[in-house]
Ligand binder design. Structure first.
Ligand SMILES: [Zn+2]
Length: 415
């Protein structure tokens, strides 16, 4: 099973936008850029909404069929671990094995000794083609990497083998993610992580490290873009080298869990993958839901009324909604407009506040982030909400397609 050189993960919380999303991939293909669509949805999102992974697969499959998409496509069990993987087994063919909870836990001393023994040969000057200065590698550095990551990689091996026992060898793509932790992994740490992954015999196809800077949901990157560029470039070189040295799959590539809308670093990522002729997987957050809200607002009347209601309730339930996402959002409560004010807005005003257009005077990133985590409220509206999505599918679909193509593909793939 091959993921393809470039792939893009998109979320569809209410399983109504598969076709609108796929249209953006078709537009890219018409411009000569092949991007494999991956529909991702985490266990947390399924629980919040009360949905089932089978619905994700069915909606994606229907879109693929209706639009005659002949390329590959995948359904990603996003950020799973051993406790949550089982309900995804039948309907997913892409598994993002998450290590965040296990990094920093210590493997047994016997395991650590084994890790040291197999990596001792790299001590001294480690030359990684493409990285100008050789890295000066000491035994302590190997031990430190082992203590930090070996336990987690062993856990990844356990989860990988569990999935393999149910789905069979080569019937799924394995990603390993480490992005939801506090500290970024250095390129050198990535080298040893890949060493341990190889020792666990996990045929990993995408790896998602944590980069420096903040990747808040639905808003731009916060950090030093030059530093990001350097890390990203070095990671590309490390992966290239590790594939050769450790015999990992040839098509192993970086996965960037972007949280969507990283406008200031998308072009950098694009330039670097083109410079080295590399592939990439870019995972986005469920910002399709924000486009649904934008579309409903623009539709006006009852649809705008519903969007305003959802916002008003979100303000009232701020703590409950933001709590689970506190590490990936940054909202200044005093910047949130009052419900009474928002209820006097027309659709264009609501859409302008919500849309990620930093140059627009009406854009409000605080409101945008709050609505991003407020999908639970829309889910509580049940058929009222999804019925509205269906009734106004043309205008919501247009926002969804345009967002993926204009905001993401154009910037990353230089379309
Ligand atoms: Zn992630």
């Amino acid at each position: 099973m091959q993921l393809g050189k470039c792939s893009f993960g998109t979320g569809d919380r209410f399983a109504r936008q598969g076709e609108a999303q796929l249209k953006a991939f078709i537009m890219a293909r018409q411009q000569g850029v092949n991007i494999t669509p991956v529909w991702n949805k985490s266990n947390r999102e399924h629980i919040t909404i009360g949905s089932d992974p089978r619905q994700t697969r069915a909606a994606a499959g229907k879109a693929v069929k209706n639009l005659n998409w002949e390329g590959d496509w995948f359904v990603d069990a996003d950020h799973i671990n051993i406790d949550t993987v089982d309900r995804f087994i039948d309907s997913s063919d892409f598994f993002t094995i998450d290590l965040a909870d296990f990094i920093g836990r210590k493997a047994s001393s016997k395991e650590l000794e084994g890790f040291y023994a197999s990596n001792e040969k790299f001590t001294g000057q480690l030359n990684i083609p493409g990285i100008p200065q050789p890295l000066n590698l000491t035994g302590e550095m190997i031990n430190a990497a082992g203590e930090k990551f070996l336990f987690a990689i062993k856990e990844a091996g356990r989860i990988y083998r569990h999935i393999k026992s149910k789905k069979g060898n080569e019937n799924f793509i394995a990603e390993i993610s480490m992005d939801e932790v506090d500290e970024p992994q250095t390129p050198l740490e990535l080298f040893f992580i890949l060493s341990a992954i190889s020792a666990e015999k996990i045929p990993v196809r995408t790896i998602a490290p944590k980069f420096s800077g903040r990747f808040n949901k639905g808003v731009d990157y916060q950090g030093d873009p030059d530093r990001f560029a350097m890390e990203f470039e070095q990671d590309l070189m490390v992966i290239d080298h590790a594939v050769k040295v450790f015999g990992l799959p040839e098509d192993l590539k970086l996965s960037v869990h972007s949280g969507s809308d990283k406008f200031s670093i998308y072009p950098v990522m694009g330039q670097l993958i083109r410079k080295y002729n590399k592939g990439i997987h870019v995972k986005t957050a469920g910002t399709t839901w924000l486009e649904e809200m934008t579309g409903l607002a623009l539709a006006g009347g009852e649809a705008l009324g519903l969007a305003v209601d959802i916002y008003g309730r979100a303000v009232d339930r701020f703590d409950e909604l933001c709590g689970p996402y506190s590490a990936v959002i940054d909202i200044d409560r005093s910047q949130l407009p009052a419900r009474e004010d928002v209820s006097t807005w027309n659709g264009e005003q609501f859409a302008a506040a919500l849309r990620h257009d930093p140059d627009h005077p009406g854009y409000n990133p605080h409101m945008r982030q709050l609505i991003h985590v407020a999908y639970k409220i829309a889910a509580e509206y049940g058929d009222v909400f999804t019925g509205m999505l269906e009734k106004y599918s043309e205008i919501t679909g247009r926002q969804v397609t345009g967002n993926i193509y204009d905001n993401h593909f154009k910037r990353i793939f230089d379309l």
